[in-house]
Design a protein around this ligand. Structure first.
Ligand SMILES: Cc1cc2nc3c(=O)[nH]c(=O)nc-3n(C[C@H](O)[C@H](O)[C@H](O)COP(=O)(O)OP(=O)(O)OC[C@H]3O[C@@H](n4cnc5c(N)ncnc54)[C@H](O)[C@@H]3O)c2cc1C
Length: 258
């Protein structure tokens, strides 16, 4: 293992944070249990005082195909997974196309688009050396209860990459802001849309400093330039407070605040 300085104002998708020492885990290392693991930082909001961080090195960015099983390392970026699936005519990974991050982040978040979620196509996950079948892992909407760090996952290979599905999913994305964000800030409450609630309390387009509840999609907290952690946290807390006052709904963050 070794340390690497990662500047979260550049590395994270929301472009908030500062240069931070991150412990890089290599194949064969014992994974420390007193550090927070990050993937591609597409779902993170990093404060001025984050916990000690670690990250899987490129040793965990691989794809292996044996007969009917595809094994993918947890550090593999989603874009490369989709390219591989396309090249080898494998079905099921089309929805990862516009889902920025790594496989590990997708597993931990049970990331997905519409009815497509990573757990739907999953066979098993390797958690720190032990393979665990999907059925043994509690999971649901944007959540999975992993008992440790995912180092790889296996998928049963189904033939037939669908360019039509990929195109349809990509066009769905046209209602999302192009500004820097960490995806949806809140999970949708049952039977509701967090974006609608944010609009209802008048916060769509509301701005503090360079952070804003997007005018394009209210559940996206966007950074218009030099947005700070404090301003982002202020807007998150404000939305929660106003929505609780008006609807008695406690919104749950989808983004991880470190
Ligand atoms: C523009 C945009 C659009 C988005 N749209 C969607 C969407 O439609 N649907 C959706 O679900 N998400 C969406 N997201 C969020 C993001 O793409 C997913 O949550 C993605 O899975 C995050 O992956 P990551 O590698 O960046 O994880 P990170 O953001 O680095 O981490 C997220 C969580 O995963 C954990 N984690 C990371 N790697 C591992 C591992 N190996 N083992 C255990 N835990 C791990 C971290 O500890 C953290 O809790 C969007 C984000 C952006 C910026």
């Amino acid at each position: 293992m070794f340390f690497k300085t990662i500047d979260f104002s550049k590395y994270s998708s929301i472009k908030v944070g500062q240069p931070t020492e991150v412990l890089m885990i290599e194949k064969g290392d014992t994974i420390p249990n007193d550090r927070y693991l990050i993937g591609g930082a597409n779902n993170l909001l990093v404060s001025l005082t984050p916990p000690p961080l670690m990250m899987l090195s490129k040793d965990f960015a691989y794809i292996k195909k044996n007969d009917s099983i595809l094994e993918i390392g947890a550090a593999m970026p989603t874009g490369r997974i989709v390219s591989y699936a396309k090249k080898h005519n494998i079905a099921g990974f089309e929805f990862c196309s516009k889902l920025p991050g790594t496989l590990g982040g997708m597993l931990a978040m049970n990331a997905g688009v519409k009815e497509y979620e990573i757990f739907n196509i999953l066979h098993s996950i390797e958690i720190e050396g032990t393979w665990i079948a999907k059925e043994e892992i509690e999971h649901g909407y944007r959540f999975a209860k992993l008992s440790g760090i995912a180092t790889a996952a296996r998928f049963e290979i189904k033939e037939g990459f669908s360019q039509e599905l990929l195109d349809a999913l990509l066009s769905l994305r046209s209602n999302q802001p192009l500004d820097h964000s960490a995806g949806s800030a809140f999970k949708n409450p049952k039977g509701e849309y967090a974006g609608r609630l944010i609009e209802e309390v008048g916060l769509k387009g509301f701005r503090k400093g360079d952070m804003q509840w997007s005018e394009v999609h209210a559940n996206f907290l966007v950074n218009l330039g030099e947005g700070s952690f404090e301003d982002a946290k202020y807007l998150i807390d404000l939305a929660k407070e106003k929505i609780f006052e008006k609807f008695h709904i406690i919104l749950q963050e989808e983004i991880k605040i470190l």
